[in-house]
Design a protein around this ligand. Structure first.
Ligand code: ADP
Length: 250
């Protein structure tokens, strides 16, 4: 029979760069509550697809539906985040001279729609301190709330990015290579963290590390040349000869 209703659906998604199709007619169903991994060799179109789903790129053609109803294609990242589809921030957007606590408080404040001028004073932001502390705890930064973000280790900066995305309380959380550049310990910590935060939400992740995919993903979509090559549980796709050939470089 039918599985749970998809929370995110892409149909005929295309993105061209000067005539070159980086994403070439992708259909995708992300089931509510799943951790869904997007994998594929370099240049397969993972990042482009990720950017299409989050509004950082506009599709040349096709549709992205939230809960089968709301069209996301062509909307801004801010609008898409407000509708419940958020990506983890990039380290490059952290403020080195600001504490993790303040970062999270500002992310919480951004949901009020009151505008930055209202939140300029530190006193106003203090009302978010309890929730900020919870979120920092959740990502393992409970002890580091008052360190300057610039002084955090790489792994902890990535954890802070996650806290900022969680502050938006998204239905769908998109993670772009959450373990990229990490050593084994930070990779393990990140896998545990994603396990903890997935409860009650849907997670879409682009991930190169197949051990991470194996331990986290309910479903895997393999892309090649901008199109879906295979889809299924990790245990199935890892033995698919087409997938093996794609990774060996056809
Ligand atoms: P992946 O994330 O799977 O490595 P990308 O989505 O980054 O793949 O890229 C897919 C293809 O689209 C690649 O051939 C890449 O060179 C091309 N591409 C991506 N972004 C652009 C761009 N802004 N301009 C031109 N070509 C691009």
């Amino acid at each position: 029979g039918e599985g749970p209703a998809p929370v995110l659906t892409a149909r005929g998604l295309v993105r061209e760069f000067r005539g070159f199709r980086a994403v070439d007619g992708v259909d995708l169903d992300i089931a509510a509550g799943d951790v869904h991994a997007l994998v594929g060799p370099n240049g397969a179109g993972k990042t482009t697809l990720f950017n299409l789903l989050t509004g950082f790129l506009r599709p040349t053609a096709g549709s992205v539906l939230l809960e089968g109803r709301r069209e996301l294609a062509g909307r801004s990242p801010e609008t898409i985040a407000r509708l419940g589809v958020a990506r983890s921030f990039q380290i490059t957007s952290l403020f080195a001279e600001m504490t993790p606590r303040r970062h999270v408080e500002l992310a919480l404040a951004s949901r009020t729609g009151l505008g930055w001028r209202f939140w300029r004073s530190d006193r106003a932001l203090d009302r978010f301190a309890p929730r900020a502390a919870e979120l920092l705890d959740q990502v393992g930064l409970g002890e580091h709330g008052d360190t300057l973000a610039g002084a955090l280790s790489y792994g902890r900066k990535r954890a802070l990015e996650l806290a900022l995305a969680l502050a938006l309380d998204p239905k769908v959380l998109l993670l772009d290579e959450p373990t990229a550049g990490m050593g084994v310990e930070d990779v393990d910590r990140t896998v545990e963290l994603v396990r903890r935060i997935r409860t009650g939400r849907t997670v879409v992740l682009v991930e190169h590390n197949m051990n991470v995919v194996a331990s986290l993903a309910d479903k895997v979509t393999v892309l090649q040349h901008g199109a879906v090559l295979a889809e299924g549980p990790y245990g199935e796709i890892r033995n698919d000869p087409r997938v093996i050939a794609a990774y060996l470089g056809d």
